[in-house]
Design a protein around this ligand. Structure first.
Ligand SMILES: [Zn+2]
Length: 110
């Protein structure tokens, strides 16, 4: 039998239980042209280049895109990040928002 392994890369979204507080320490929150450090809220970070925050020094592992106008725009931005920053894990903004809302509610209600 012919058992040659072929690789065929595709963008697959993964669901995984993760610590939102740990994510927020190492996450870039990206807008159109630049990003914020979610750890210290430093603005204007070049998300195509910066491996660490120039202000607080945290290492970036994750990035999320604040809402794009269209799905097409979002997919384009994700494609560019994937190509330029293979070191970053791209997280879905809706997931982050939901998880942050939940952790805030937990802070309030115990
Ligand atoms: Zn920072």
């Amino acid at each position: 039998m012919n058992d040659i392994k072929r690789t065929e890369n595709a963008m697959i979204r993964v669901w995984k239980e993760m610590d939102i507080n740990e994510i927020k320490k190492h996450m870039l929150s990206a807008g159109e042209l630049s990003a914020n450090c979610d750890n210290c809220q430093q603005l204007g970070i070049d998300f195509m280049k910066e491996p660490i925050c120039p202000n607080c020094g945290t290492g970036f592992k994750y990035i999320t895109f604040r809402k794009k106008d269209s799905k097409r725009e979002e997919l384009f931005a994700i494609g560019r990040i994937n190509k330029n920053r293979p070191d970053l894990i791209i997280l879905d903004y809706e997931d982050i928002k939901r998880a942050c809302g939940k952790s805030k509610a937990q802070d309030i209600f115990g």
